[in-house]
Design a protein around this ligand. Structure first.
Ligand code: GDP
Ligand code: MN
Length: 399
């Protein structure tokens, strides 16, 4: 879960990371009022759940009420990377003399936490990371290893800082690391950490992403008004739909709709499809013991996806029963209808019962079964996988 800048800054304040206090508003009129109270010049900043606001025109300095009104109205009309701007943060404008970058994140490849600094911060940080990666200074930590003041000093020194700058920046780096751990964050960044004309270091931006799986440990977030939010851009419309239905689902770029039992079998199925030269259009998990309704919804996600040429169903009944699985498939065939070929195999718990349900329904309404091939334990998973890949190829070549 990503936080707005002003929410991130509320945590900065708690952790004594220096910042300038601002006000959040939702209209140009309120922006002017806030600016008047704060005193000019002010900086007016779009509050959206993405970076790159500066480059998109979402950060502007206003020296007068007229300017504040004009900038605020313009920024509120922006859509930045799919995020319509609905809130503004008004702060006293800093007189920035220098911008650096500080961040903490997880190095998943090495199972470490990493404190990052770059002496050249600001809106071009991504460019610097690409063109001069040696300028990005990193210190790795074991998951349970504290960040001590000397780590902060090491970082600041390697960034080329000295004297008062070193003192201030190293202290902020250690605080940022502490905040990252305290919040169970995935990312905590200050970019830029700005040195003002009077030599102070101030966090001019805050970018924090929290770990959704750790939110239950933080009842205080809800109390701070940090609740669930709509992060667009992260999920495709289908992934969003799946999320609303409570189905773990990820879009991939192939054409075989994966309709597995659990996540484990989903991964195995994925490997089989790749092995036989096919490409999955998705990854999905049914969860343990899915109801027929849920099974039907999983199929709707695949059938409605124009990228899917064939649906590959592999159910290994364990906790989940194949008869419930078959009931869900039949419910889908009756209510929604199958618009593309589908191959299904069932083994494990109640698979014979599952096949009986299919047989009975097929006798009753053969037409809805026209595109469905179903198999039991007698057909190996290899055969089913090959068949799915073959059907997908036929669908793309037209024969
Ligand atoms: P981002 O582009 O979404 O990361 O938004 P930032 O909050 O980092 O703002 C982008 C840029 O605007 C910063 O790198 C600064 O150069 C500039 N900026 C932000 N706040 C101020 C401020 O108070 N005064 C001045 N002069 N510039 C600012
Ligand atoms: Mn920034």
């Amino acid at each position: 879960m990503r936080l707005y800048e002003h929410e991130g800054k509320a945590f900065f304040a708690k952790h004594k990371i220096p910042l300038s206090a601002g006000k959040v508003v939702t209209t140009a009129e309120d922006a002017v009022r806030a600016a008047r109270e704060i005193g000019f010049p002010v900086v007016i900043k779009a509050q959206v759940l993405t970076g790159g606001r500066g480059k998109a025109g979402g950060v502007k300095i206003a020296k007068s009420e007229a300017e504040a009104k004009e900038h605020a109205a313009k920024i509120l009309a922006l859509v930045i990377k799919d995020y319509p701007v609905e809130k503004l943060l008004i702060e006293p404008a800093l007189q920035i003399e220098r911008e650096i970058y500080l961040g903490v994140t997880i190095d998943r490849a090495n199972y470490k936490l990493v404190l990052i600094g770059c002496a050249e911060g600001g809106v071009e940080i991504e460019e610097t990371a690409k063109s001069a990666p040696e300028k990005i200074i990193k210190i790795a930590f074991e998951i349970d290893e504290p960040c001590y003041p000397y780590h902060g000093v090491e970082l600041a020194q390697r960034m080329g800082l000295s004297g008062e700058d070193l003192k201030a920046v190293s202290d902020i780096a250690v605080r940022l690391f502490g905040l990252f751990k305290k919040l169970d964050a995935k990312v905590a960044e200050i970019n830029p950490l700005a040195r003002t004309k009077d030599g102070k270091w101030i966090a001019a931006d805050a970018r924090i992403a929290l770990d959704d799986d750790a939110l239950f440990r933080h009842p205080e977030f809800e109390e701070m008004g940090i609740g669930p939010r709509h992060e667009v851009g992260e999920l495709t419309p289908r992934e969003k739909q799946a999320q609303e239905w409570g189905i773990p689902y990820v879009d991939l770029d192939g054409d075989i709709g994966m309709f597995p039992g659990g996540a484990g079998f989903g991964i195995v199925g994925n490997d089989f499809i790749h092995h036989y030269g096919g490409k999955p259009a998705n990854f999905m998990d049914s969860g343990g013991g899915p109801s027929p309704e849920r099974i039907a919804k999983m199929l709707v996600l695949l059938d409605d996806n124009p990228q899917v040429k064939v649906i590959f169903g592999a159910r290994f009944g364990g906790i989940s029963r194949c008869d419930d699985f078959a009931k869900g498939v039949v419910q889908f065939l009756r209510e929604h209808g199958l618009s593309k070929p589908m191959v299904v195999r069932m083994t494990g718990n109640k698979w014979e019962e599952g096949l009986r349900i299919f047989d009975a329904a097929k006798k009753e309404t053969p037409e809805i079964f026209a595109r469905l091939e179903f198999h039991g334990i007698e057909t190996p998973i290899e055969e089913i996988s090959k068949r799915a890949v073959e059907l997908a190829k036929q669908a793309t070549t037209g024969k």
